[in-house]
Write a protein that binds this ligand. Structure first.
Ligand code: ATP
Ligand code: MG
Ligand code: MG
Ligand code: MG
Length: 439
């Protein structure tokens, strides 16, 4: 992408309404634009990151054997009357009437609708296990939308639902989700700690939240710092193996890690003092096992291997896809701007032309640009006729992990400069060496 042809409306000044760094940087980097309280347009740079996060979520769901679907954002109130949640859900639910005076709502979550799909099509234990998920916009009329996409009213969520024949099978689905979420967050460059949580309006007694540590987080968290050493890394996981998934879950849930809602001071005090940590965290996901809470009232039953009709055991599992942009920036930035982890960066590398209009410099930039594209690394090429300082400031603000700087002085010796955004280290090398370093 050439910057002269792109739409990157960066702001020079800090927007007054932004209280936390991720919100400020997303506005300044021209990623989002607020349209109403807690409702945002996604501008091209923000959309690119959002799509990359979605892509990672899809890939990890596929690996775990989960199947994508897409449900509508608008739902009929009647479905929610069946589960009893239409009245219970309260003010966070946006209720709408259509022209025929029928009650609709903008879905805040989809347990009812997915249960309806399931009961309409599945009758036998032979079709289980089944996990369906979607990435779809949700609406919750949050009393205090704030911090940009972190607590929006309209926000993008991955929500998945497992259907299993009994509790043991459903617990396997729960464990599988925990493992796949750990890998999902790791690929985004995040440490998200699974913490024992309270279940809230979705119900059920088995639930973990995933929290990214950050001072600006809205949850108070307590944990054993030993958990920070755990990494899945390149470990190959057989998601069909109950033992393997359970083993990983045990590993990650052995160290103490809880939110304030389930915090147990007596247990916490048993951790060696130097490992006893309390701080704040951002909830980027949550998994639940809730048994037959929806299948029973809504009649989602299958015939088991003895010919009996039994309600299926279910769970639901959410990832805050749009909130993740804020969480990643909270965890990865400096005074100059965002520092994208390689896994989610909108462009892998930027090219800065120090002397636009100079034939040799333009030519070298074009050659680099085309080579990088041919290697599958689409760069953002700053081909504007602007000062070097302004170009560097833009690149630092938008946070691409690598920058290649091309100017007449270096080119006289056949050299360009490769700079790492995270460390700030620069190295002179030939364009070929720079490309080789990036692929
Ligand atoms: P919170 O405690 O922050 O209100 P929640 O527990 O109500 O979140 P869940 O029902 O667990 O949310 O939804 C799954 C995920 O969706 C959350 O873990 C979070 O990452 C994301 N999410 C929830 N509410 C919002 C929101 N208003 N804006 C952006 N993301 C959200
Ligand atoms: Mg909430
Ligand atoms: Mg919560
Ligand atoms: Mg939650």
């Amino acid at each position: 992408m050439r910057l002269t042809r792109y739409f990157l409306p960066v702001l020079k000044e800090n927007p007054a309404e932004a209280q936390i760094v991720s919100h400020r940087l997303m506005l300044r980097a021209g990623m989002i634009r607020q349209q109403a309280a807690g409702i945002y347009s996604w501008l091209p740079l923000g959309l690119r990151v959002l799509r990359r996060i979605e892509q990672i979520v899809h890939e990890e769901q596929a690996r775990a054997g989960h199947i994508p679907v897409l449900m509508p954002t608008l739902q009929s109130a009647d479905l929610w009357r069946e589960s009893g949640r239409y009245e219970d859900y309260g003010e966070e639910m946006l209720r709408i009437k259509d022209r025929h005076k029928r009650d609709l709502l903008y879905g805040p979550t989809n347990e009812e609708m997915i249960t309806d799909i399931f009961r309409g099509h599945v009758n036998s234990y032979k079709d289980l296990p089944l996990t369906l998920y979607q990435i779809q916009w949700k609406f919750r009329d949050e009393i205090r939308p704030r911090f940009g996409v972190m607590r929006g009213r309209e926000f993008l969520m991955k929500d998945g639902y497992n259907f299993d024949i009994d509790k043991d099978a459903a617990i396997h689905a729960y464990n599988r989700h925990m493992v796949s979420y750990l890998r999902t967050y790791e690929r985004m460059g995040l440490t998200a700690i699974p913490m024992r949580a309270a279940s809230g309006p979705i119900g059920g007694d088995n639930t973990h939240e995933f929290l990214v540590l950050a001072e600006t987080g809205e949850s108070e968290v307590f944990y054993d710092s030993a958990i920070l050493d755990l990494k899945l890394g390149e470990r190959v996981v057989d998601y069909d193996s109950r033992e393997e998934c359970e083993g990983i879950v045990q590993e990650w849930t052995a160290p103490y890690a809880r939110t304030d809602e389930t915090h147990d001071a007596a247990l916490f005090d048993q951790i060696p003092e130097e490992r006893r940590k309390s701080s704040r965290g951002i909830e980027v996901g949550q998994i639940f096992y809730f048994g037959t809470k929806y299948s029973e009232p809504m009649g989602a039953v299958v015939v088991n291997d003895k010919g009996e009709r039994v309600p299926v055991h279910m769970g639901s599992h959410g990832i805050g896809v749009s909130r993740l942009l804020g969480a990643i920036i909270e965890a990865s930035h400096d005074d100059r701007g965002i520092i994208w982890p390689e896994g989610v960066t909108p462009f892998p590398v930027g090219i800065v032309n120090l002397k636009q209009g100079d034939i040799a410099t333009d030519g070298a930039c074009e050659a680099l640009y085309n080579t990088l594209i041919s290697k599958g690394l689409e760069p953002l090429y700053d081909d504007r006729d602007d000062r070097a300082g302004a170009k560097f400031a833009t690149m630092d603000l938008i946070g691409l992990p690598w920058r290649i700087t091309v100017g007449p002085r270096g080119l006289a010796n056949g050299m360009v400069e490769l700079t790492c955004r995270r460390t700030g280290e620069s190295q002179e090398m030939t364009p070929e060496a720079a490309v080789a370093r990036l692929v």
